[in-house]
Design a protein around this ligand. Structure first.
Ligand SMILES: [Zn+2]
Length: 123
């Protein structure tokens, strides 16, 4: 039997971390955007402009990643509340505790996690 309470704490910790990361990324992005407007650089031809554009795209990618991660964490917390936490959403097999320790937000067993990643890659 999985110690759900322990994973709930892990997930809440991770959620707080993600929330503060999202907050700092959003302020980074808006300050970089403002700096770009102020300097009025041409992204295509100014070397400094392309660096800023690169930083912005990096920060946006990280922001998107964190947002997806946060969704997964919230979904896992909902499964805890619903009492379905720790079981694979596809085959309903109990997810090994070691796997939950590494990825407490995962809704899949090892087998179906790789299967769902494959289908994401294919689509
Ligand atoms: Zn499964």
């Amino acid at each position: 039997m999985v110690d759900v309470e322990r994973f709930r704490l892990l997930l809440e910790e991770e959620r707080d971390r993600k929330l503060s990361l999202l907050k700092s990324l959003r302020s980074d992005i808006s300050s970089v955007s403002l700096a770009r407007q102020d300097s009025n650089v041409d992204d295509e031809h100014d070397p400094e402009g392309s660096t800023i554009a690169f930083e912005l795209s990096q920060a946006s990618a990280l922001l998107e990643q964190s947002r997806v991660g946060l969704d997964q964490i919230n979904a896992a917390l909902e499964r805890i509340a619903a009492g379905s936490y720790g079981r694979c959403e596809i085959c309903a097999v109990a997810i090994p505790e070691g796997r939950l320790e590494a990825r407490p937000w995962t809704p899949f067993c090892v087998e179906h996690a790789s299967a769902s990643q494959d289908s994401l890659r294919r689509s």
